[in-house]
Design a protein around this ligand. Structure first.
Ligand code: FEO
Length: 388
């Protein structure tokens, strides 16, 4: 247990061994499940618990530090934070979970937490602990509909749940080191978890700016005693501005599609843009997602296999559709041998966002002079769409 300020402590768990989150995003250094203790003169609250795999070590830490739990504040129902609620309630039978209706519904169904052990609060409601007051602010869609923040009024510190978090365990110091590595971890985390809800993330970034808390305490990664650092990053990531970056998820079986990718890359780079290629057979989904945060355009490239676009190539479109980046445009290029339909395939996969479609360049076998001309045209369209 580590002291943060008087009567506020960190009691969370580090999980450096965890290799992947949501079975989707590789973790370079694991993650943390942050839990905090707030001691009032009358009552003691813990804010979030931890992932169920860490429940026993977590409970031991509470016991070893003589924490008697009266309230378990659940800002969000997902099991990486609520997974130890059951063991805490078993140990402290007089305690109750304090949360909103949506979280209550989730933890009742996902963890079998009995409804009679849950105290429902409303948006803006206060929970007095004696000299310390917890105030709840509903913040839906950063990132679940159930999410809320908890504000410790007297100390002006804000517990933001998943919002403003990071999968970062570099040091045992619970405070941010403000390093480039932390920025990288926070950006990858944003890409997967918050980017699909970019407009809400922008709205709550402004909310936190205006609240101007002394500290931001998320549920993953370090505590920010300079909240402006992470807020400024979120402002950049969530606004509509893009960078001169084009991403190209591709698969190439016999090299024809790769020739097209490389030719297009050369053309676009000559105009001062950065182009990043991702071989989707061996892709680091986390890096691809991270680059989507800034990208202005995405070019999908695929060969045909069994008369259809390569399945691994289509994963690029599925990820774009899932993560909803702010790209301004997309195009499709590819090569086929004896047949199949590539045209229009990607359009059916890009439904959650509305980037401009730049057209398709689909060739039989190796690209010929006329095909290179079409790729020249696509390069001009990419640049124009990004400038717009
Ligand atoms: Fe970290 Fe949405 O749970």
């Amino acid at each position: 247990m580590q002291k943060i300020i008087d009567n506020v402590y960190y009691v969370g768990s580090y999980d450096k061994e965890r290799k992947i989150f949501d079975e989707l995003m590789p973790l370079s250094e694991g993650t943390t499940y942050n839990s905090y203790v707030v001691k009032g003169s009358d009552k003691t609250a813990i804010i979030e618990t931890v992932y169920f795999k860490k429940a026993q070590e977590y409970l031991k830490r509470l016991i070893d530090n003589n924490i008697k739990v009266d309230y378990i504040i659940a800002n969000h129902g997902e099991q990486d934070h609520t997974g130890a609620i059951g063991v805490v309630l078993d140990k402290f039978p007089d305690a109750c979970v304090v949360t909103n209706k949506k979280v209550a519904s989730n933890i009742e169904s996902m963890l079998n937490i009995p409804g009679e052990k849950i105290k429902i609060i409303e948006d803006g409601e206060d929970l007095p602990l004696g000299g310390k007051t917890l105030r709840f602010k509903f913040a839906p869609f950063v990132h679940w509909p159930d999410t809320m923040f908890t504000y410790l009024v007297e100390d002006n510190i804000l517990f933001t749940c998943d919002f403003l978090g990071a999968h970062n365990t570099t040091t045992e110091n619970i405070f941010a080191d403000y390093s480039q590595n932390l920025i990288n971890c926070a950006k990858k985390y944003y890409a997967e978890i918050m980017m699909p809800f970019r407009k809400f993330a922008s709205q709550y970034t402004n909310y936190v700016y205006e609240l101007n808390p002394k500290m931001v305490l998320p549920s993953h990664g370090p505590i920010y005693d300079n909240p402006k650092f992470i807020l400024d990053l979120y402002k950049e990531w969530t606004d509509d501005e893009t960078k001169k970056l084009v991403v190209v998820p591709y698969v190439s079986m016999y090299g024809s599609t790769k020739i097209m990718v490389d030719y297009l890359k050369g053309k676009v780079e000559k105009e001062g843009f950065e182009v990043k290629e991702y071989d989707m057979v061996n892709v680091d989904t986390c890096q691809f997602a991270c680059d989507l945060v800034d990208a202005c355009s995405c070019i999908f490239a695929s060969p045909m296999v069994l008369a259809a676009p390569h399945p691994f190539a289509l994963i690029g479109a599925v990820l774009v559709n899932t993560l909803r980046p702010k790209i301004k445009s997309y195009g499709v290029i590819g090569s086929y041998g004896w047949g199949g339909v590539l045209a229009g395939t990607y359009d059916k996969l890009i439904t959650t966002i509305k980037p401009d479609k730049l057209g398709e360049v689909i060739v039989k076998g190796l690209p010929q002079n006329a095909d290179y001309k079409k790729l020249d045209d696509m390069a001009c369209q990419i640049i124009a769409s990004c400038k717009n």
